[in-house]
Design a protein around this ligand. Sequence first.
Ligand SMILES: Cc1ncc(COP(=O)(O)O)c(C=O)c1O
Length: 393
Amino acid sequence: MDNGRTIITPSSRTELVQEYYFSQKLRQIDEMRKSGLDIINLGIGSPDLPPAPAVAEKLGEAAKLPNVHGYQSYNGIPALRKAFADWYEKYFHVTLNPDNEILPLIGSKEGIMHISMAFVNEGDKVLVPNPGYPTYTSVSKLTGGEVRFYDLNEKQNWHPDLHELENSDLSKVKIMWVNYPHMPTGARGNKKLFENLVAFAHRHTILMVNDNPYSFILNKDHLSLLSVDGAKEVALELNSMSKSHNMAGWRIGMVAGHAEYIRSIVKVKSNMDSGMFQPMQLAAVEALKSPDEWYDSINETYGHRRKLVEQIMIKLQCTFDPNQTGLFVWGKIPAKYSIAEELTEEILHKAHVFITPGMVFGDQGNEYIRISLCANEQMLGKALKRLAGIGDF
Ligand SMILES: Cc1ncc(COP(=O)(O)O)c(C=O)c1O
């Protein structure tokens, strides 16, 4: 029971950030469910499918060993770094030295914090995509950075306008966050864009960080920022097993780049956690060895789901790019709504279906919604039926 008032004030840092939109919304959904409503959640990108069978087998087997329960190295076990290096070589055609150019992380989200802690000084500017993953903004603020949004828009295929940026004062910019394949829009990167980003980073001495967790979902063209010549001097890349291997709850990701940059990140990270449970790391090695057919089978499932989500978009009179990639479908709302939340609230209350309004990712997303592919076909079919049942939008 919560009795009495608290007398200790939180740090002023906590005032720089707000509770994550999804954390508040999930609480509301929970309340609605407790009141007896059957809510279909198409908001969150947490894969509902399991990892490859060898992964859980390895975890179980390894967990039974007597000598795996102690603290682990801050840099991850060598086998995991090697497995990430092999995965990057095979799929991204990027050669990384597993000894010092790869650092396993407890999910890539924490990497955003570690990179910022390692590179942002008080008052440094940080370029953050709008729309984009909200954590870039909150972490930049928490680490003393000043957020400067750069707008992405549909006309430019959600790619940054580097000329426009170059016409502004970039002298205090320390980091630029990019994320291709892009969440929430599903836009792809390409080699030319990545070359331009690396050249831009060199010209302005900016650390360019590509957050790359979606490249295995409905996308055959695996592309790493680190594949560009000269990238390692100015760029880092985050990757994750959350979406690519259906292991979101396991919390396993990585950051790759120049050994010097990795060393600076380890300085921070080794003061924050003490490594990951060894059986999980061994199981992650198995996941990274998954055959092409495993990735194909997951994508086949997502392909079927995407067709249903596209039907939902059509039902809602939203327009969308059929070539987008990733774990979501991003669609533009009909003109009669001034902001996506009007539509998503109507859907939540009339059809009991939760869909993410694009404003969560910045005001460039105000006229868009994002629907997750992390629900099975039966659930998506049910959502479609309910939406059809409430008439025109
Ligand atoms: C763009 C982006 N980056 C990073 C993450 C976090 O991934 P992880 O589970 O590896 O922390 C997400 C998760 O939704 C994401 O959408």
